[in-house]
Write a protein that binds this ligand. Structure first.
Ligand code: APR
Ligand code: ZN
Ligand code: ZN
Length: 375
């Protein structure tokens, strides 16, 4: 039995920014109080991992084990862990739910104050690491670190899910899918019969389309500068797609015409502040809602004429689609199992952990929606 012992295993270590990851033999210490050690089964590669590797989230310290879109099986638990046991299937939560802080206690918020996003301490809650490699301490990443055969998670960053869930698919519920889907259902609260536009038809944008469809939207207009994205978008629920490059007039004017006075809801799923401004303008001036989903560069600023809001529009945003992880992720998995939505359309590639750098190359070339790594 491995419980209580150090585990030696393979992991993709990021030694420094702007360098390929390297597959190393690492040591993973046993879980301490209120911690869980997990054998990873599947993890997606997300753009946020790439942002760290490219050096654009400069507060993350190296060497680090990245990855935050994971699913696995519990190997052992530390003292005090009550509701999770060895053998359980789990999903990692980069947006944790401690259940006790001011934001966890507010039903309107999912921004647990113990989250490591933005702070980037790179440590477990007790301020130490469970990873070493070649005698060096390796940092954790936003309480998850999934690019490793074994990881250790604080209990607050673990959602227990049902035993029959296919981990190689539901790992997407750990980040990309839930972010888009929740932006439609929780943040915008899309109503039946409404008109929606989704700017940016990558994995996140497609998940917004799925959310709008589940909410019963009448029109779901996909907007992308790359028309190659349209077929997939229509497959998952877009009713029509438009390419801003094909019009002389600004895209918000086109959308205003297509919807007789502006959209009920718009979503920016790119991270481009000028698209955010035009997504807002595309909504009805008196009752439209626009949601920021894409992550803009950290120094970016949004330029708005206040009159665009004063007339009655709403501008919103949320991390992880507004879901409280431990409460909601098991329900999302149950909804997936009940065929309320599909995830296959979002997975474009599957690779073994050893080929992780190929996965990042696919992301850079814009060829992948999601690459899922297996172990
Ligand atoms: N107008 C319309 N579409 C655009 C524009 C633009 N100006 N610029 C880029 N796009 C399209 C791209 O062609 C691509 O299809 O936006 C899409 C973005 O998709 P991906 O790069 O695959 O990104 P994705 O993984 O979906 O994430 C989108 O959400 O979580 C965040 O960090 C993530 O900011 C990123 C965003
Ligand atoms: Zn992510
Ligand atoms: Zn909390």
């Amino acid at each position: 039995t491995t419980a209580g012992n150090v585990i030696k295993c393979k992991a993709a270590v990021a030694w420094a920014p702007k360098q390929p990851l390297s597959i190393e033999d690492i040591e993973v210490a046993p879980p301490k109080a209120h911690e869980v050690r997990v054998k990873m089964v599947a993890t997606g590669i997300c753009r946020s991992d790439d942002h760290v590797l490219s050096g654009s989230i400069s507060s993350v310290k190296f060497p680090v084990i990245l990855g935050h879109e994971g699913a696995g099986i519990v190997e052992s638990v530390g003292p005090g862990v009550r509701n999770i046991k060895p053998g359980d299937k789990v999903i990692t939560l980069f947006q944790p739910q401690c259940g006790e802080c001011r934001n966890c206690l507010d039903p309107k918020s999912n921004m647990c104050l113990k989250s490591d996003i933005g702070k980037h301490t790179g440590m477990m809650l007790d301020n130490s690491s469970r990873f070493t490699c070649k005698g060096r301490l390796i940092q954790h990443f936003v309480h998850t670190s999934t690019f490793t055969e074994y990881t250790v998670l604080d209990e607050m960053a673990v959602a227990k899910i049902q035993d029959d869930a296919p981990l190689d698919k539901v790992c997407l519920i750990s980040c990309g899918f839930s972010t888009g889907y929740g932006s439609a259902l929780n943040t915008a609260k899309v109503k039946q019969g409404s008109t929606c536009a989704v700017f940016g038809l990558g994995g996140v944008g497609l998940s917004v389309v799925i959310g709008c469809k589940v909410a019963g939207a009448a029109k779901i207009i996909g907007v992308d500068t790359n028309s190659d994205k349209f077929a997939k978008a229509k497959e998952v629920g877009a009713t029509e797609c438009i390419n801003p490059k094909h019009y002389k007039e600004p895209i918000h004017k086109v959308l205003e015409r297509l919807t007789e006075g502006g959209l009920d809801y718009s979503f920016e799923c790119i991270g481009n502040t000028s698209v955010m401004a035009s997504a807002l303008l595309s909504t009805n001036y008196s009752c439209g809602t626009s949601v920021i989903v894409g992550v803009a560069p950290s120094a970016a600023e949004l330029n708005l004429n206040p009159m665009e809001i004063l007339t009655g529009r709403t501008l919103k945003g949320a991390i992880f689609g507004g879901w409280k992880g431990r409460d909601c992720v098991p329900k999302l998995v149950a909804d997936f199992m009940a065929k309320k939505f599909e995830l296959d359309g979002l997975i474009s590639h599957r690779l073994p952990l050893q080929k992780i750098n190929e996965g990042f190359d696919l992301l850079h070339k814009g060829e992948s929606l999601r690459t899922v790594l297996y172990f």
